[in-house]
Design a protein around this ligand. Structure first.
Ligand code: UD1
Ligand code: CA
Length: 491
């Protein structure tokens, strides 16, 4: 009787809802729980700032969320080390909700009540589960809306469900859920269930906040569990359903260092696979560390044990040899980077040749076809086209033209203990070995600097500067010295 009544009253309601949804789409928010300490990591750094694939856990989740909704509808719930988490995530443009005391996942949603009040539905994500994709978030939302549920949880079948909450379904064929039971409170038969609660949910905001006050802390952690909302809402006669994802890999959480390493490995392998599909050769890919935002054009070869980090972009036909660590660099086409180079925030023109063991510090701009060789350190400088600095050199705060030869051991003395000064070297200059250029100083076009010179004054175009003591010869001096030594040892 009750059933048929519900059926009759449902149809027109559904129609009305459809009309309403078309004219007045539901207002959706995403809340990301990110306030926990992460006790199992035994770390000074808050859990959600631990990195996988070169980015904090939370940033992965925020990025996925911000591809489903605008960042202004995304709320990160922060608490433990809130200010450092806020500072690290400010650039994403999401909102922050403070959970000053961390009294459980249910409590995290309690404190977000005010912020979520102007929305109809909220998708809840975990800040420590970074593999979630925008597609899965969208599926969860669609399923939730289509089911007209008060609560929809994303579940997954895991071969090893240990540590996760288990989903208790009404029966095996129904989408409806009775309850979620946490591992610690589960009975032995419940622990045998492989369908786990992923920690991702969708809630009707009204239903959630009408009943969230019924959560209790009567559990082994004495916390408010968001998972208990399943049983609470069911008892209130609300519809609670589960949608099982076909991609269980996306639900993995980084609660321990071992889990973080697994997730990192997964992301790194996905990245190198994608690059290889796109036409990049990578030898021994498992040894290379390549961040998600790195781009590499076709026919570039990456040798074993290379790290390409941050926003590095590499052109076509390059070769990056072993043991180079490159962060935030823009590298043109056909560049060769020999082993052991360390490069940061620098630009390298097409056809340039670097290394082995070059150190490009931030602000280095290496021109097309230029050479930077072994044990050469550069910083805030420009080296023009086809110029060469091949051996044992420091070039900082310098502007060097094209076709310049910088001899072995050349040093720009850019720092006087208080200020930095510029060294300007015009096109076609030849700097002999072991020159020290005391900045500020300018060497004019086509000039020569004699080896071993200490250059303190500007050198005019096409001139020769020699700044060293004149050599003197003392004939027979060594012979005489040896004779004196023999005489004293005899006496
Ligand atoms: C939680 C679920 C479990 C599920 C698992 C999936 C509960 C009680 N259990 O367990 O059913 O299988 O996720 O990964 O929810 N957080 C806060 N404020 C708090 C406590 C936690 O924001 O007061 C945040 C954490 O920073 C974390 C997320 O909530 O990002 C989940 O908390 P965590 O302690 O990792 O829960 P699990 O034990 O993994
Ligand atoms: Ca977790």
């Amino acid at each position: 009787m009750k059933k048929s009544k519900a059926k009759v009253s449902r149809k027109p309601a559904k129609k009305n809802a459809e009309v309403a949804a078309r004219t007045n789409p539901p207002r959706i928010a995403i809340a990301i729980m990110a306030a926990g300490k992460g006790t199992r990591l035994k770390s000074q750094i808050p859990k959600v700032l631990h990195e996988v694939g070169g980015k904090p856990l939370l940033e992965h989740v925020i990025r996925a969320a911000a591809r489903v909704l605008s960042a202004t509808d995304v709320y990160a719930i922060i608490g433990h080390e809130a200010e450092s988490v806020r500072a690290a995530m400010q650039h994403t443009g999401v909102n922050f909700v403070l959970q000053p005391e961390q009294r459980g996942t249910g409590h995290a949603l309690m404190v977000a009540g005010e912020a979520l009040a102007r929305h109809d539905h909220v998708i809840v994500l975990s800040g420590d589960a970074p593999l979630i994709t925008p597609e899965t978030i969208s599926h969860l939302l669609e399923f939730h809306l289509a089911q007209r549920a008060a609560m929809t949880l994303l579940s997954a079948d895991l071969d090893n469900p240990t540590g996760y909450g288990r989903v208790l379904r009404k029966n095996s064929r129904s989408a409806e859920v009775q309850a979620i039971v946490e591992e610690k409170s589960a009975s032995p038969p419940q622990r045998k269930i492989h369908e786990i609660n992923s920690g991702f949910y969708a809630f009707a905001v009204k239903d959630l906040y009408a009943h969230i006050g019924r959560l209790s802390t009567d559990n082994p952690h004495s916390e408010y569990y968001l998972t208990d909302m399943a049983a609470v809402l069911r008892r209130a006669g609300k519809r609670v359903v589960a949608w099982k994802t076909p991609n269980p890999g996306e639900v993995l959480g980084g609660n321990t260092r071992a889990e973080l390493a697994d997730i990192d490995h997964f992301l790194r392998m996905a990245k190198v696979d994608q690059l290889m599909t796109d036409g990049v050769t990578i030898f021994y890919p498992a040894t290379c560390v390549i961040d998600a935002d790195v781009s590499i054009a076709t026919d570039t070869v990456v040798e074993p044990y290379v790290q390409l980090l941050g926003n590095t972009r590499i052109g076509t036909g390059c070769r990056v040899r072993s043991y180079s660590v490159i962060r935030d660099c823009e590298i043109g086409d056909n560049v060769t980077i020999r082993p052991g180079c360390v490069m940061e925030d620098s630009r390298v023109g097409a056809g340039a040749l670097l290394g082995p063991y070059s150190h490009l510090r931030p602000g280095s701009d290496i021109g097309e076809g230029a050479h930077v060789g072994n044990f050469v350190e550069t910083k805030k400088m420009k080296l023009g086209k086809r110029s060469k600095a091949n051996h044992l050199t420091y070039l900082g705060d310098a502007e060097i033209g094209s076709g310049v030869n910088i001899g072995a051991g050349t040093i720009t003395c850019n720092y006087d203990g208080l200020h930095k000064h510029m060294t300007l070297i015009d096109d076609g200059v030849f700097v002999g070995s072991d020159a020290t250029l005391v900045a500020p100083v300018r060497v004019g076009k086509g000039a020569y600097i004699g080896a071993g010179s200490c250059i303190t004054d500007d050198v005019p175009e096409d001139g020769l500067a020699i700044g060293r003591a004149r050599q003197i010869i003392k004939e027979g001096w060594a012979r005489q010295k040896r004779a004196e030594k023999t005489a004293t040892s005899r006496s």
